[in-house]
Design a protein around this ligand. Structure first.
Ligand code: PBG
Length: 331
């Protein structure tokens, strides 16, 4: 493949200018790929920066509306809502999670009223409502499965009633997708979708998120329900089960340490795959950038396109707004 000492196949021809690089790019990001997580809290006129997530805020509902307007203006089509529940409303059964006038339900109604085109997804898990900070009901130090699934299914129906377009169960109890699908259908919410956190790992990268919602487990860890980081076949098994049980989208979480899992799930599953670029991944990049050790924008865009290359169709990320602005300015 040479004439004399020179190659005649030269990969560098396709890297020679911005024009040719963009023309042959195998993957492209767009704002509609992003799902923007939003944190809502009780009160009025306040926003609080999350200490371990610089530039990311928890908003009272009135200010959250301004934030969502901004997300919409940069082209983001979907938000994933998390509510911070006051301590006095937490118990072992997640009672407040089913309150039709709870913060989550009010937030969903308010967002859908003002921004009907915005696709609203809600987190389904008991930890923000649990006095133990676990994703299910606790009995004798154990996390009960089937009893928790009943509460989670009711929670899904309650969010659907408030107007959620999709529910996003992040709890990792067995059988919850089928149970939730059935409960939604029985209540007439056959058009409400389910984005299942199918391969959710017991990860240390959720730390900053637990600061945001004050939802760290009060005892033990989540290893009896979230997955072991050593496993990938198990991720395929979980995603297949969720697909069979009726999940519309399956998710892998966290993102960066699990790129191979995204690829494996993508190749074995027929429904769209999303990835959650979690709080610890955000914090890691922000901290390195703050120290001047990484170029924040470049490292961020590289990670985000990496998710698409790995096989993700959708990306839940705290960088959604910033990355969308960069993508819009490139045009
Ligand atoms: C709740 C939930 C968690 C996250 C999303 N939903 C925390 C956990 O499972 O402990 C983490 C998101 C992030 O770290 O960005 N079940």
């Amino acid at each position: 493949m040479t004439h004399g000492q020179f190659p005649y196949i030269r990969g560098r021809r396709l890297r020679a200018s911005a024009a040719i690089r963009e023309m042959v790019a195998e993957h492209n990001l767009k704002p509609a790929d992003f799902i923007a997580p939003v944190f809502v809290m009780e009160g009025k006129g306040k926003k609080v920066e999350i200490p371990s997530m610089p530039d990311y805020y928890r908003y009272t509902l009135d200010l959250l509306m301004d934030e969502i307007r901004e997300l919409k203006e940069v082209g983001i089509r979907s938000v994933l809502v998390f509510a911070k529940v006051p301590d006095e409303l937490k118990d072992n059964k997640g009672t407040e999670a089913l309150n039709p006038d709870g913060l989550m339900q009010r937030a969903v109604r308010a967002i859908k009223d003002e921004f009907p085109q915005m696709l609203v997804m809600t987190d389904i898990a008991m930890d923000p409502y649990s006095s133990y900070g676990h994703d299910g009901i606790v009995e004798d130090g154990e996390i009960l499965n089937d009893e928790s699934v009943e509460v989670l299914s009711k929670m899904a129906v309650s969010h659907a009633k408030a107007g959620a377009d999709m529910v996003a169960p992040s709890d990792m109890m067995d059988g919850r997708i089928g149970a939730m699908r059935k409960a939604l259908d029985q209540e007439g919410f056959e058009h409400t979708g389910i984005m299942a956190y199918s391969a959710k790992y017991a990860s240390s990268y959720y730390g900053p998120f637990r600061d945001a919602l004050d939802s760290a487990p009060g005892f033990g860890d989540k290893k009896t329900y979230q997955m072991d980081p050593a496993n990938v076949r198990e991720a395929i098994k979980e995603a297949k089960l969720d697909e069979q049980e009726g999940a519309d989208i399956v998710m892998v979480k966290p993102g960066l340490p699990y790129m191979d899992v995204i690829r494996a799930v993508k190749e074995n599953i027929g429904v769209p795959v999303s990835v959650y670029n979690v709080s610890g991944e955000y914090a890691m990049l922000k901290a390195a950038a703050e120290k001047g050790w990484l170029n924040e924008e470049e490292a961020m865009m590289e990670a985000l396109v990496g998710f698409k290359r790995a096989g993700a169709d959708l990306i839940a990320t705290y960088f959604a707004k910033v990355a969308s602005k960069i993508l819009n300015n490139k045009k």
